[in-house]
Design a protein around this ligand. Structure first.
Ligand code: PLP
Length: 396
């Protein structure tokens, strides 16, 4: 097997298998090992003085990081990719690579909350002003642009609430203003939303989620198109926020099955969403693939699939009754993060921190991550949970 950049003439399924692999370079073994290293030794003084060689120092990359970076660039259609220690670090690096003191930043009101926290604390301290916008603003974003607006930061669908944003329209508006469009693409991944083809300049992925796929690693990936790649690479090299070798190794392993897991989680997620839509306790299901969801049309136009994460709004019920449901679940565990093989459920409420929009769902909200269990077992777990909730509501 020859070394693969992954591109070749292969179709997407094949590219996932071959991308970033070169067995001949590792004595025939199928997988790239986890290179651990700081020092890289140079054969001569002249080579050292000129930093001549494929690798120069551990923070600048290893064969392991290069394998995942090149594979991800192929899949995402990017000019280049860098790997950082977490998804949040990826959001931070993307912003830092494009902003300076005095700049203005537009961020979706439905953004992942720790990203909002970074904008409101560190970025503010560094003299960057953030304005939050309604995730469904579309072309109206142009009215929020100031002469100093340098970045539009989007995430689609929105964290927890799943508003589907019109990315091509945001891209057009940002570019007409000379600003960059940064997108947190963690939910769809490049398999279900090829970010750079759709006008995104810098795309962020929490590899912690579907790429890792097993809830046992932390990783962030930041990819850029040709225009933004030099400044992203410069920010990465100057800050050296580099990912650990074991996590990169595990992510490469996860990559080979990511498409299969996503296909299964898409199917199971839609089936669970349809089941929940029919439960009398459920007021609304927030899942972009359901025709009843308001972002469905844009999702259908721009996305190639849906992952297994969505939310539901319950009819008004006491918090104690919701706790009775969640506390007794056997398959759905309560915990943050998602994208692994196991199902998860968490209650949420965005009311306290949204600033551009009012979040009034009209009942308690739950976010579900559908894992790889049999959906009939998952439905039975929730059926029993709803029974506990109804009994607790009646007793109160
Ligand atoms: C989880 C998540 C992140 C952060 O990833 P970590 O690796 O947990 O830091 C960023 N964006 C989105 C949308 C996420 O869901």
């Amino acid at each position: 097997m020859a070394a693969h950049s992954g591109k070749g003439n292969y179709r997407a399924r094949t590219r996932v298998v071959v991308a970033g692999r070169d067995p001949a370079a590792q004595h025939g073994f199928v997988n790239m090992p986890a290179f651990r290293g700081s020092t890289v030794i140079y054969p001569t003084m002249d080579d050292l003085m000129h930093r001549r060689g494929r690798f120069s120092y551990g923070t600048r990359g290893t064969p392991t990081t290069e394998a995942l970076e090149s594979a991800w660039s192929d899949l995402a259609g990017a000019a280049g990719t860098v790997l950082v220690p977490s998804g949040l670090a990826a959001c931070v690096l993307a912003l830092m690579s494009c902003l300076k003191a005095g700049d203005h930043l537009l961020v979706t009101d439905s953004v992942y909350r720790p990203t909002r926290n970074f904008c409101d604390t560190v970025l503010r301290r560094f003299g960057v002003e953030t304005t939050y916008y309604d995730p469904l603003i579309g072309s109206g974003i142009a009215a929020l642009m100031k002469p100093s607006t340098k970045v539009v930061f989007t995430e689609a669908p929105g964290s927890q609430t799943f508003e589907v944003q019109d990315i091509p329209t945001l891209s057009e508006a940002a570019h007409a203003h000379g600003a960059a469009l940064i997108m947190d693409n963690t939910w769809a991944t490049p398999f279900f939303f090829p970010p750079h083809e759709r006008g995104v300049d810098i795309a962020v992925e929490a590899g912690t989620k579907y790429l890792g796929g097993h809830s046992d690693l932390l990783l962030g990936l930041v990819s850029a198109n040709a225009e933004y790649w030099p400044r992203l690479r410069e920010a990465f090299d100057s800050m050296a926020i580099c990912a650990g070798p074991e996590d990169v190794y595990l992510a490469l392993r996860g990559l080979r099955t990511m498409r299969l897991r996503l296909a299964e989680q898409e199917r199971a997620g839609i089936e669970m969403a349809r089941y929940l839509e029919k439960r009398p306790e459920v007021k609304k299901v927030l899942h972009p693939a359901l025709p009843s969801f308001e972002g469905h049309t844009i999702w259908k136009r721009d996305f190639l699939g849906a992952s297994g994460l969505f939310s539901i709004v319950l009819h008004p019920v006491a918090a104690g009754a919701v706790a009775a449901m969640l506390d007794g679940l056997k398959l759905f565990a309560m915990g943050y993060s998602w994208g692994g093989f196991e199902s998860l459920i968490v209650p949420f409420d965005c009311k306290a921190y949204r600033t551009a929009t009012r979040f009034e769902p009209g009942g308690p909200c739950l976010r579900l991550q559908i894992g790889l269990e049999d959906v009939e077992d998952l439905k039975a777990d929730l059926d029993a949970g709803f029974a506990r909730m109804n009994a607790a509501a009646k007793a109160a």
